[in-house]
Design a protein around this ligand. Structure first.
Ligand code: HEC
Ligand code: HEC
Ligand code: HEC
Length: 435
């Protein structure tokens, strides 16, 4: 049985078997209010809300490309179908202009809209439920002071029975954990602040933790997951990084989107960086402190030896190994399309991070490599001046498949990827520039 079939069957059974529960699935409506006067909110509270909303990536998800901020309709692709984000501006018809503070709190804590409908967990309320009420209220104040934009949200594209919101009451009963984040007295304040941001508003686990067949986060926490078809690598002890990370390096990567040892943040990680680079460094240091400890128990890496070995694999290095016959076609394409940036000059590298040190090539799936070649890497704000052009339109699918297989064989000692053809096809479908 395919995962999808299992999912459908499970959800179907859950619906039928828990008809009683579903009868209670609809929550009560919270009365509409007239739009709060933006001037009635305390300025300091609004400013705090702006900072907190930024940690929650609300803008990134609730703004479509070329759309107005917070007006929604960003098409979020999930394994179950496409869902459109809602209009969070205080427009009274299409946004949340008639939502009271209580209605907004309920959405963030319980994933229920003002009218009482269950919301899909593509809205990461499984993390936002951990956010303190005072912080939720600050975000409410900030959103209510934004300019209202009239933009109706498009209908979601979910197949039956997933299109029935009542089924989500079953999902919540099984998976929604509302336990507040406990302070760990054995750790310092910085670490605890970081934990609150990462587990709550930052919702890092929404991408970096694997999900089960019903789309809920599952063990191992931070063991690696997927985001819009990209692989979000593990951040725990089983991470795939070829270089160790320190707290400071995490801060640089998270704020600049680039680190000379680790490379650039690409794909769905780019908006996370764009949000974090606007934040107060003290808060990002707190995130770094917590994230660094997620790696406790990892294998020690001899950094100098790893770097030397990686450089030797770089294209054009005098000691580089010969290309095996099976990968000659991929190597030829690499030489033509990629080597100008990914090469070694006199054995010291070309200024790009050696490909052998790129986590994405050590990932269990070829998805990120395929996406990067198709769509390139846009520089996050702090990494201006570095970028990789989208090469999809200049290459055939067969060429891309050959080069992806070559990358894996040349730059890692891990087994060949399966499903490269599928990954390349999907990367093409997802690419905003695909013909
Ligand atoms: C990963 C993408 C993502 C992020 C990040 C995100 N949201 Fe959403 N949000 C969604 C989606 C998708 C929906 C629609 C859910 C549905 O239709 O069931 C939604 C719905 C909502 C709703 C319900 C609105 C309505 O009219 O029903 C509120 C309120 C909301 N989000 C607030 C926020 C806030 C505040 C933040 C930042 C702290 C945020 N969201 C961050 C994806 C996101
Ligand atoms: C929307 C999905 C998403 C969210 C949310 C997200 N990440 Fe990521 N992250 C990714 C993806 C995808 C990559 C891989 C990027 C690449 O290959 O260049 C990544 C890469 C990383 C890396 C590099 C890991 C490595 O081994 O190279 C770190 C560190 C990281 N993220 C930390 C975080 C932290 C901390 C947060 C929360 C503040 C976070 N991420 C939130 C998707 C996400
Ligand atoms: C114009 C320069 C340029 C060209 C051409 C180029 N790249 Fe890149 N590539 C970069 C830069 C810059 C990075 C980010 C890493 C860094 O800063 O060193 C990168 C990163 C990557 C990554 C790691 C992505 C990640 O975030 O996980 C892969 C894989 C990659 N390139 C493969 C290729 C392949 C394959 C080709 C040819 C089809 C290619 N590149 C062509 C500049 C380029």
């Amino acid at each position: 049985m395919s995962i999808k079939t299992i999912l459908w069957t499970a959800v179907g059974l859950a619906v039928v078997g828990t008809a009683g529960l579903c009868a209670f699935a609809h929550q009560s409506e919270i009365a509409a209010v007239s739009r709060p006067d933006p001037g009635s909110f305390d300025k300091a509270l609004v400013e705090r809300g702006r900072v907190l909303a930024n940690f929650g990536d609300c803008t990134a998800c609730h703004t479509r490309p070329d759309g107005q901020a917070f007006a929604g309709n960003f098409a979020l692709k999930t394994p179950f179908g496409t869902i459109y984000t809602t209009n969070l501006t205080p427009d009274t018809e299409t946004g949340i202009g008639t939502w009271s503070k209580e209605a907004f709190r309920r959405a963030m804590k319980d994933g229920v809209d003002r009218k009482g409908n269950h919301l899909y967990p593509a809205f990461p309320y499984d993390h936002f439920t951990k956010v303190k009420e005072a912080d939720v209220d600050a975000i409410y104040a900030y959103l209510m002071t934004q300019p209202p934009v009239k933009e109706a949200t498009k209908a979601n594209e979910f197949p039956f029975p997933l299109n029935i919101r009542a089924t989500l009451s079953v999902w919540k009963a099984l998976f929604l954990d509302k336990t507040p984040i406990a302070t760990d007295p054995s750790k310092d304040a910085q670490w605890n602040d970081g934990k609150y941001l990462v587990e709550g508003l930052g919702h890092c686990g929404a991408c970096h933790t694997p999900r089960n067949f019903m789309g809920a986060e599952t063990k191992p926490t931070y063991g690696g997951g997927f985001a819009e078809g990209w692989f979000a690598p593990p951040l725990n002890k089983d991470n795939l990084s070829q270089m160790p990370w320190t707290q400071n390096e995490l801060v640089t990567y998270l704020m600049d989107g680039w680190h000379p040892k680790h490379g650039m943040a690409a794909g769905p990680m780019t908006p996370v960086v764009d949000a974090l680079q606007k934040q107060n460094e003290i808060d990002v240091y707190a995130i770094g402190a917590y994230v660094a400890t997620l790696r406790n128990g990892e294998k020690a890496i001899d950094e100098a030896a790893a770097r030397t070995a990686a450089l030797k694999l770089d294209w054009g290095h005098p000691d580089a190994p010969p290309v095996p016959k099976d990968f000659a076609e991929g190597a030829k394409i690499f030489q033509a399309r990629c080597a100008q940036c990914h090469h070694s000059t006199a054995g010291v590298g070309s200024g790009t991070v050696p490909l052998a040190l790129q986590t994405s090539l050590h990932a269990p799936v070829p998805d990120t490599a395929a996406h990067v070649i198709w769509s390139g890497i846009k520089p996050p704000t702090g990494a201006l001046g570095r970028s990789m052009p989208p090469l999809g339109q200049q290459m055939t699918e067969a060429e891309m498949v050959a080069v992806v297989k070559f990358l894996r064989a040349r730059y890692t000692n891990k087994p060949a990827w399966s499903g490269v053809e599928k990954a390349v096809k999907e990367a093409r479908q997802a690419s905003p520039i695909a013909p």
